[in-house]
Design a binder for this molecule. Structure first.
Ligand code: ADP
Ligand code: SF4
Length: 692
């Protein structure tokens, strides 16, 4: 297949200072969860993007000095010459595929913690920014930078830029955004200086300009200097000669940097999930820049549609299509467009599991791309998979995300695959849950897989086919894979946090009941100790149906886990907008005769009663593993039927998020012919710190 000429514009080279990007696909700086500790994992995670056609591949935030330390979050660093080797590993990997490599040099100012290095924080005027989230709060405040500090600050940038050049980077960033060092100088409420670095906009911009100019002088002959710049705060400050200070800064510095990378100043806004934002949602933060500079402009927007990418370029908003999440979900997105295979793009669903992995301090995990983070450790490539024996047959029972991913990967390996699904509709939980408010994109988990599976002659799919153990035995296959999912229970937690038998009243529902069409009588209390999306999504759904809804939870927030994937604030706002009542830090202690009883988690004698028609318990799921257990327990019949192995995968094996089910299905497909042996997984060890 060949490329649709409509997309030719995406494959034009773009000059960036002294270097040229081979096309407009730009893998924007974003953390991978690997830091400097996992150089091989990091290099492999970046390399697949270069191989997949991204013309520029960047690092995540890379500290220039120990006074900018984001521990325990995984950031990378270029503090001294010893740090060069681990970066060179990634640069070489990216260069192997003809892409440019960029490094996002970063100083956090007072926007970081220095928890490991214990150096005092520095900032424009010693004013620290506040956070309402404990994970981001910092007990240490910053001190104002004096002239000596400013000289050092500039020198650190230059020294790091020189090291970056030694590592082979083509693009070197200064990061003046997201409440980090140079950005804090731009904001009048963070910069109260009375010297030449404070006061007028020109003065507040001085440090940023000086650093760009210093870096240009030091490495600008060979490396492009990119300025990463946040606009949302500055767009709100009226300018003297232009609409806003953001406009004025861009026109003042117009052609000073070689590239403008424009973004939000908020990590939460920048990574807003699909539940709360559309593709291209940051256009209003970026679109004013292009007319004010002759240098290329890049911005992100969870772009997965090539038509939207073309629109961004043709309408003069962007020159380069920035991507973090779309490149995680599909490292081969540009290649697929280039080869006329747009239908095969594994589109990001905007769930932000990747964001949560960074907060967890582990290599990024992705719902759509099970190979993400496993490229080096397990040698899993996002597009290539070792062939299997076409004579070997595999029966998969259940076509949810686990079963479908397993079928796709086994099909790609060449096995003879049969999928039996009880329902008429494929997709299991994603088909059901994607009908919840805001989760429509989640159906992409199903659609990407079913679209490919239907083209495979070696994969047969039977809908409306609930199988029993006898059916599996009668079918006669080499391997049986049980992917029958999980169900929500009515179990609740005791006051010390252990499950006990739930409340058996007729008006108690589970999410499965509601999702399969039960109509609870209002008012409704949702008791949520699952802490992810289900409780708040059901609250939205039932409110849309006109019911009065209360969410009660032992946590101190609605959907408390979603602090990890940056959705918590948006969920809370949505609950407030919809007038959904919330009761925090309370356990459920009883429900009868139209009353829910709750007790404070701090003092059991503090009780609350809420009148309601129905109670929905959102807490614990249990695997539908009856079929698996029955097959496993009957080894004689299995052996007689010639079945070599019976495995369970996905939620049936251990309930989790969709990311776990997809991973489980993929892992099964990769290892099905490896027998029962647990494959050794390569761990990166401390010696790799030296880059060997
Ligand atoms: P997972 O997330 O692990 O993929 P899901 O719950 O999304 O799990 O999907 C499980 C699928 O298995 C559902 O579509 C369900 O209809 C199907 N299923 C469950 N039991 C059987 C069975 N006995 N035979 C065929 N399909 C089944
Ligand atoms: Fe997209 Fe979710 Fe994958 Fe992140 S984890 S890249 S949001 S599909």
């Amino acid at each position: 297949m060949s490329r649709n000429p409509r997309y030719d514009i995406l494959f034009e080279p773009v000059r960036i200072g002294p270097v040229t990007a081979p096309n407009r696909f730009y893998c924007a700086p974003h953390a991978l969860g690997t830091g400097n500790q996992m150089p091989h994992t990091r290099a492999a995670m970046r390399e697949v993007r270069a191989e997949g056609g991204w013309g520029v591949v960047n690092t995540g935030y890379c500290s220039i000095h120990p006074s900018s330390d984001d521990s325990p979050l995984p950031y990378c660093r270029l503090w001294d010459d010893e740090d060069i080797k681990v970066h060179a590993l990634m640069v070489d990997a990216v260069h192997r595929h003809g892409a440019l490599a960029g490094v996002e040099l970063w100083h956090g100012g007072s926007g970081t913690g220095n928890r490991l290095t214990r150096m005092s924080l520095i900032s424009a005027s010693g004013i620290s920014s506040g956070s309402t989230y404990p994970g981001w709060m910092n007990l240490a405040q910053s001190r104002p930078m004096d002239k000596q500090d400013i000289r050092e600050f500039r020198r650190w940038h230059v020294d790091a830029a020189i090291r970056a050049r030694s590592a082979g980077f083509d693009i070197v960033y200064i990061y003046a955004g997201m409440n980090f060092g140079p950005y804090q100088f731009l904001l009048p409420w963070m910069n109260k200086r009375t010297d030449e670095y404070g006061g007028s906009l020109e003065n507040r911009t001085r440090l940023m300009r000086e650093i760009v100019e210093d870096m240009k002088e030091a490495v600008g002959q060979t490396c492009a200097i990119a300025l990463r710049f946040s606009t949302d705060d500055l767009l709100k400050i009226p300018g003297e000669t232009m609409q806003s200070e953001a406009h004025e800064i861009v026109s003042m510095l117009s052609d000073v940097p070689d590239l403008w990378d424009v973004k939000s100043s908020s990590w939460v806004v920048e990574t807003r999930s699909a539940r709360f934002s559309e593709q291209g949602a940051q256009e209003h933060l970026v679109s004013f820049v292009r007319p004010l500079t002759s240098k290329p402009v890049v911005g992100v927007g969870r772009f997965t549609s090539p038509d939207e990418m073309v629109r961004q370029i043709k309408s003069g908003i962007l020159d380069l299509i920035g991507a973090a999440r779309p490149s995680i979900a599909d490292p081969f997105l540009p290649r697929k467009i280039d080869e006329g295979r747009e239908d095969e793009i594994r589109e990001c669903i905007g769930c932000n599991i990747c964001v949560s992995s960074y907060h967890d301090g582990v290599p990024l995990r992705c719902t759509q791309n099970p190979t993400m983070g496993e490229e080096w450790r397990r040698k899993w490539h996002p597009e290539r998979i070792p062939p299997g024996d076409p004579e070997t047959s595999v029966l998969i029972v259940g076509a949810g995300p686990a079963g479908l991913e397993c079928a796709l990967a086994l099909g790609q390996r060449g096995f003879a695959v049969t999928v039996a699904e009880a329902r008429e509709e494929l997709g299991g939980r994603v088909s059901i849950e994607s009908k919840l408010p805001g989760l429509a994109t989640w159906a992409r988990v199903r659609d990407y897989r079913t679209n490919l599976i239907q083209t495979m002659a070696n994969v047969d799919v039977y809908r409306g086919s609930p199988l029993t153990a006898q059916d599996v035995i009668d079918f006669g296959c080499d391997h049986a894979v049980i992917a029958t999912g999980a169900q929500w229970t009515r179990e609740i937690l005791s006051t010390n946090g252990y499950p006990f038998d739930g409340i058996e009243a007729s008006a108690v529902f589970t999410p499965d009941d509601i999702l399969s069409g039960s109509e609870p009588e209002g008012p409704v209390v949702i008791y949520d100790f699952d802490h992810y999306y289900m409780g708040s999504c059901l609250a939205e759904l039932l409110t849309q149906r006109g019911l009065e809804v209360t969410i009660a939870t032992p946590a101190n927030a609605v959907s408390a886990w979603t602090f990890m994937n940056n959705e918590m604030g948006d969920i809370r706002r949505r609950m407030i907008e919809l007038d959904i009542t919330t009761v925090f830090e309370h356990y459920l202690t009883g429900f009868d005769q139209g009353t829910v009883r709750l007790a404070s988690i701090y003092r059991e004698s503090d009780v609350k009663s809420i009148n309601c028609g129905s109670l929905i318990v959102v807490g614990i799921r249990t695997g539908n593993d009856g079929l698996y257990q029955e097959l496993k327990s009957d080894t004689d019949r299995i052996t007689d039927a010639g079945i070599i192995s019976v495995r369970s995968i996905g939620d049936c094996r251990a309930p989790g998020a969709i990311v776990h089910a997809v991973y489980s299905g993929h892992e099964c497909a990769r290892t099905i012919d490896a027998g029962d042996t647990i494959q050794p997984i390569a761990w990166e060890r401390a010696r790799l710190l030296s880059g060997t």
